[in-house]
Design a protein around this ligand. Structure first.
Ligand SMILES: Cc1cc2nc3c(=O)[nH]c(=O)nc-3n(C[C@H](O)[C@H](O)[C@H](O)COP(=O)(O)OP(=O)(O)OC[C@H]3O[C@@H](n4cnc5c(N)ncnc54)[C@H](O)[C@@H]3O)c2cc1C
Length: 492
């Protein structure tokens, strides 16, 4: 058998607009490979619900590849050992994959794969899958490069693949490793490209016109948002195809949706440039300021903080594996400000809950909603006000907190105000917000804070937003300018 091209599928589970696949197919017989890596699934940010989505997507990918002539080959184990077995048995000429900006574990694993390829004289062709730039020197011009990459023509699937008769396709296991916690998610979106395409079509044809009105309230967001994040995170759809399909449609909702696709890559770029932000605060003065508290953490994770809107959101997230942006931000804000919990711990819980977990977006957002980036507006969401604004009749709260079914709407957002033995929340919402605000401002006023913030702005800040250095912004705004509408907002 001639030496093989291996196409290593990772979080890019599709055959359309898959450049490694089309380019490898032009070079000779290819082995399409997915490796189920037990160690990956044992990481603290992985969960069964993510695996179930991945598994369904693999089944569909296997069928799609079979239609081309060669089914997906699946092996379970350490990827370097799997690749080396293939090298010894068949000879491998090139390894093809998309670039991945994953978590710390996949980063180190990719370094091992690169070392293996070098040692064995195998060329590893890594091709960008998003508008994220490797080894970028400066953020200047990033948005223009993103536009250029997104405008490149989509690539079709190869017309056919040579069947590798001697290679057993292998089973897609029920479970990826031992000991992965059971994690029922009854209302999870189904995996697979065909479901992603249906969601995209349905959104653009029927739902985009009400996107902006529907995105904020959890009563409308489940059907009002595009719901494409999971298909993008697992690569069932390519970012380029989503953007180009969207641009063929018109309307304000569609434009607003497209700007969020841009954010997707903007946030992942931060992790690509500074992998440490998965574990460590952007701003050094924010490190170690919060205190772990097992009881508070458990109450938050289980949706029993006693603050109805927070608990309803957490319970809905558990059942769906998804919740809208504003509610994610509020959950994180509640954990980081009201409960004063370290964002890494609460962020890990949310990562496991999200079927669309995307490390680059996730850890940047967790830090942003905890005030540790130092370059973004601080938002402390008032969960009572959020509930009154986005669930005024309490429909969502009653759905997810049946124990509050009989509480009159006027008291539903603060049932303790009824008296008569109604349980108090685990923290006083207003007092804990004020305490968090005071603590954060004390840090921000300390000598040397702005110098670090300016360096973070230069490295990671959006050039589109045109943010000036913190030092020059600070002169025009004082900490006493607090905008207290639906969230307690401190601009600086
Ligand atoms: C604490 C926190 C954690 C988050 N973790 C994740 C995560 O792990 N994975 C993830 O995909 N998104 C994450 N987000 C961003 C955002 O909430 C989701 O992308 C969005 O809710 C997904 O739903 P949708 O596909 O219907 O989004 P839509 O509103 O329809 O947006 C379309 C697409 O744009 C991108 N997008 C939307 N909002 C953002 C944003 N604020 N930042 C970056 N990209 C965005 C997503 O790819 C999304 O699919 C997080 C937000 C917060 C506050």
């Amino acid at each position: 058998m001639a030496a093989l091209q291996i196409v290593w599928f990772k979080r890019d589970l599709r055959i359309v607009d898959h450049r490694p696949l089309i380019e490898a197919a032009a070079c000779g017989p290819l082995l399409p490979l997915f490796v189920v890596e037990p160690e990956f699934w044992r990481q603290p940010d992985a969960s069964e619900r993510q695996w179930m989505f991945c598994r369904e997507s693999l089944q569909e990918l296997r069928n799609d590849l079979l239609e081309l002539g060669q089914p997906l080959v699946v092996r379970t184990g350490d990827v370097v050992q799997v690749l080396d077995r293939a090298r010894r048995q068949f000879g491998v000429e090139r390894l093809w994959s998309h670039e991945e900006t994953g978590n710390g574990w996949t980063y180190r694993r990719d370094q091992r794969v690169a070392a293996w390829a070098r040692q064995n004289g195998i060329i590893w062709m890594e091709i960008p899958q998003f508008g994220v730039i490797r080894r970028m020197k400066s953020r200047n011009g990033w948005a223009q490069r993103w536009e250029r990459q997104m405008a490149e023509p989509l690539v079709e699937a190869p017309p056919s693949l040579q069947r590798l008769e001697l290679i057993d396709p292998g089973v897609i296991p029920e479970r990826p490793c031992q000991g992965l916690a059971t994690d029922p998610c009854p209302q999870r979106q189904p995996g697979g490209r065909s479901s992603g395409l249906r969601e995209l079509d349905n959104f653009l044809e029927h739902r985009a016109s009400r996107y902006q009105r529907a995105m904020s309230s959890p009563n409308t967001a489940f059907t009002g948002c595009s719901r494409l994040s999971t298909y993008l995170a697992w690569g069932c759809l390519s970012m380029r195809e989503v953007l180009q399909t969207s641009r063929a449609h018109s309307g304000r909702g569609v434009r607003s949706f497209e700007s969020r696709l841009h954010w997707h890559c903007h946030f992942i770029q931060k992790l690509e440039d500074q992998p440490a932000i998965e574990f460590s605060d952007f701003h050094p003065f924010m490190r170690g300021i919060r205190t772990p508290d097992v009881e508070r953490m458990e109450a938050w994770c289980e949706g029993r903080t006693g603050v109805p809107f927070v608990d309803a959101c957490m319970r809905a997230l558990r059942a769906h594996g998804w919740i809208n942006f504003r509610m994610r931000a509020m959950l994180m804000s509640f954990a980081s400000y009201n409960l004063w919990l370290p964002w890494r711990e609460s962020g890990l819980h949310l990562a496991r809950q999200f079927v669309d977990y995307e490390p680059g977006i996730h850890w940047s957002q967790c830090q942003m909603q905890s005030g540790s980036t130092s370059i973004n507006t601080i938002r402390i969401y008032n969960p009572i006000k959020q509930g009154q604004d986005h669930d005024p009749e309490g429909v969502f709260i009653r759905q997810w907190c049946p124990e509050l079914r009989d509480v009159p709407a006027i008291h539903l957002h603060e049932p303790w105000s009824l008296g008569g033995g109604m349980p108090e929340p685990i923290v006083d919402v207003t007092a804990s917000m004020q305490m968090a605000k005071d603590r954060i401002w004390e840090i921000r006023r300390s000598a040397g804070f702005d110098r670090h913030a300016d360096a973070i702005q230069r490295k990671h800040g959006s050039r589109k937003a045109g943010l000036k250095p913190v030092t020059s912004r600070r002169r025009r705004r004082s900490p006493s300018q607090v905008c207290g509408d639906q969230q307690l907002e401190l601009k600086f």
